[in-house]
Ligand binder design. Structure first.
Ligand SMILES: C[S@@+](CC[C@H](N)C(=O)[O-])C[C@H]1O[C@@H](n2cnc3c(N)ncnc32)[C@H](O)[C@@H]1O
Length: 211
């Protein structure tokens, strides 16, 4: 009898371990999530770039209506909305955190009320906000300007992608941070805002490919 109870208990434990093991990697519907789909970098720190710094980025990058701006880790995507309003340029912001995507949708409502999104004959909304990984963008080559406020760990992961994908002449503007190994900046500036007086803006221009 004791042997039988022991055998049943062992079977029950084995079943629990097996089931938990399967659910640990899956969602509520039981679909197993593949670890390879997780972003390599996903630091959720959100500090919006101050307006004064954004204006400086626009000035240094000579942003204009022909530009397509990509904001990597866009937060509420304010930078793309500001550029659309000011210049009529197109913008794509990408962000991993769904809370920020919600905020970007509110931002869209705010700017849309101003009639600032649609300029002239362009019928598409000028600004797009995507929920996704900035290290896995398929259309990065379409950017003429890339902006970011990301830690060096991200920038180091992104640099080889930039080197391979971006068109020569594309301007890259970063708030405060740089990669540790890559192109040298062509310009830097220090900017004051209401929160601090030492924001850094760095700009790189993608060089011609070496033959
Ligand atoms: C410091 S905020 C900058 C927001 C905005 N670009 C700005 O300058 O105002 C960085 C944002 O990057 C997002 N982020 C982190 N890793 C990411 C990744 N791999 N892909 C897309 N977004 C990411 C964070 O969730 C955060 O909202």
């Amino acid at each position: 009898m004791l042997k039988r109870i022991l055998a049943i208990s062992l079977f029950a434990v084995a079943l629990v371990v097996l089931t938990t093991g399967i659910n640990a990697g899956g969602d509520k519907k039981g679909k197993v999530k593949d670890k390879k789909d997780d972003p390599k970098y996903n630091n959720p720190t959100f500090v919006p770039t101050a307006d004064e710094v954004i204006e400086k980025m626009f000035e240094m990058g000579k942003v204009n209506k022909n530009d397509v701006i990509f904001d990597l880790g866009c937060g509420d995507n304010r930078i793309c909305f500001m550029a659309a309003k000011k210049f009529g340029s197109r913008g794509v912001g990408i962000e991993t955190n769904p809370v920020r995507i919600r905020e970007a949708m509110d931002m869209f409502d705010k700017y849309n009320k101003d009639d600032a999104i649609v300029f002239g004959p362009v019928k598409l909304p000028l600004v797009e906000t995507r929920h996704g990984d900035a290290l896995a963008m398929k259309d990065l080559k379409d950017a003429t300007v890339v902006v970011m406020y990301m830690f060096p760990e991200f920038m180091d992961l992104w640099f080889p992608i930039a080197e391979k994908t971006l068109k020569p002449g594309t301007r890259i503007l970063s708030h405060d941070y740089s990669w540790t190994k890559g192109w040298e900046p062509v310009a830097t500036a220090t900017v004051k805002s209401s929160s601090r007086d030492n924001h850094k803006v760095l700009m790189w221009v993608v060089p011609e490919k070496k033959k």
